[in-house]
Design a protein around this ligand. Structure first.
Ligand code: ARG
Length: 475
């Protein structure tokens, strides 16, 4: 059903209709469109623009339409241009042309961005829940392996020994930042564009404050011209999703490396790996690889939207229709990805012996020698130099640092005594790093507890926000 046409003597060419048609993707907005229509209907009623009886008829038709849309009984037709026109067709099919009365005081320009905000709030909350789930998988794995020892890396070279639980918990910290980005985003996004009309507001006595409240928004958008062309909230959400995707890609990279024959640290569960069509022995880390690969599309979608918005004149321009596919793609793919990544993390078994055996390799205890000298009052530059000499001697003798004799140690620095050998072991090096953010198991346990209590607060926040917004979805 066309929502315009009075001033035209011809309908658009088929190719134009095909180009401008968006219902094949914006149908995802249908339930949100009906919810915002009902909120709008209520202001039309309370302002006296529509009679109570007419409003009751429209409301009950919209309520039926809502259940038909969610059950899949009502679907768009080839001649429907977008979600708004398809739903108006649905409404008028039920109660006749007078159903279009609901269009008073509203334009597709404020309607589409209201729908998109509601869709996105709903989905960002679902993304938060999925991130929390992954975070908990990481944290319980981290606790399981808090006393396992592995080499930590810089430049992909063995650097210093670490608690493997510390290594795993770091991912939960980056996800915590993502979760806080979502709640920050919500504060800025929680303004209602409804009532902005095409661009300049409405001359009808409608109250944008009441629609805002009805839909769960904190306030009304400040400026109607900005409101209909603002897609900052889409760009920000695409950035947040890209950032989550980027974090998942780094998890994917580690899992891929750790499950190689060369590392042999990670054993993937059968349910979270795949085979090869030709090599019967293969067990591939496809979940990890897709986590790494999908980051590309998340970044691409963000870039696509920013490019659409760059230099765009105010207020509404049809370019803005190009915000949707990028957004839907990112939202759907991140939701698709988070659950299997959480499952992969939760079911992976790590080989403690292999990791432990690798921990001292590459002279990862050299820093202990330098720190030992510093504790004895030696200047760090000299201490660093002496520890470097120890490495040189050990390398020449093809032995490990703790195998050096007292004489050899003292040839590097006179204050290097035999008692150093006692602390030259990976367990000691790890236990000594007991700063609150350090790798000592007791520090890591506290880090995990803190992350868990923050996650519990976030879960509460998600619940409250869902009640506020998605609560409006029960008509
Ligand atoms: N399908 C359009 C979009 O996604 C809806 C708004 C159309 N507004 C208009 N003035 N043509 O942006």
């Amino acid at each position: 059903m066309a929502l315009w046409g009075g001033r035209f003597s011809e309908s658009p060419a088929d190719s134009v209709f095909a180009l401008s048609r968006s219902v094949q993707f914006d149908w995802r907005l249908a339930p949100y469109d009906i919810v915002s229509s009902i909120a709008h209907l209520e202001v039309l009623e309370s302002s006296g623009l529509l009679s109570k009886a007419d409003c009751a008829k429209i409301r009950s038709a919209l309520t039926i339409l809502f259940s038909e849309v969610t059950s899949g009984k009502f679907l768009p037709k080839p001649e429907d241009e977008d979600v708004h026109s398809a739903l108006e067709r649905g409404l008028t099919e039920k109660i006749g042309a007078f159903g279009s009365a609901i269009r008073a005081g509203r334009s597709r320009n404020d309607q589409v961005t209201t729908d998109l905000k509601l869709y996105l709030i709903d989905n960002m909350l679902a993304i938060s829940t999925a991130v929390l789930h992954l975070q908990e998988s990481l944290l319980s794995k981290s606790l399981e392996y808090v006393d396992a020892i592995a080499p930590g890396f810089t430049h992909l070279q063995h650097a210093q020994p670490v608690s493997f639980g510390h290594e795993l918990a770091k991912h939960a910290v980056s996800l915590e930042r993502d979760l806080s980005r979502i709640s920050d985003w919500m504060v800025r996004t929680s303004t209602s564009p409804l009532g902005s009309g095409a661009l300049s507001g409405s001359s009808l006595p409608i109250s944008p404050e009441s629609t805002a409240k009805r839909l769960g928004f904190d306030s009304v958008a400040q400026n109607s011209i900005d409101a209909v062309s603002d897609r900052d909230y889409v760009a920000e959400a695409l950035f947040i999703i890209a950032m989550i995707g980027l974090h998942l890609s780094r998890i994917g990279e580690e899992w891929s490396i750790w499950s190689t024959t060369e590392f042999g640290w990670a054993q993937l569960d059968d349910a979270y790996s795949t085979g090869s069509s030709i090599m019967p022995q293969k067990k591939n880390p496809d979940v990890a690889e897709l986590a790494r690969g999908k980051a590309g599309r998340f970044i691409g979608n963000l870039t696509a939207l920013l490019t659409v918005l760059k230099g765009l004149p105010f207020a509404y321009n049809r370019d803005l229709q190009e915000d949707k596919e990028a957004l839907f793609d990112s939202v759907e793919n991140i939701l698709l990805l988070l659950a299997p990544v959480a499952g992969m993390v939760a079911t992976t078994k790590f080989n403690r012996e292999k990791m432990r055996a690798a921990a001292p390799l590459g002279f990862t205890l050299a820093t202990e020698i330098a720190d030992y000298l510093v504790r004895k009052g030696v200047n760090f530059a000299q201490a660093h130099e002496a520890a470097g000499q120890c490495v040189q001697i050990a390398e020449a003798r093809n032995c490990d640092l703790h195998e050096l004799s007292e004489n050899e140690l003292q040839s590097a620095h006179l204050q290097l005594a035999g008692d150093l050998i006692k602390i030259l072991n990976v367990e000691g090096a790890i236990a000594a790093r007991a700063t609150s953010n350090g790798t000592a198991p007791k520090s890591v346990v506290m880090q995990i507890a803190k992350l868990r209590s923050n996650a519990a607060l976030t879960a509460k926040w998600v619940e409250t926000a869902s009640q506020k917004f998605i609560g409006t979805m029960t008509l």
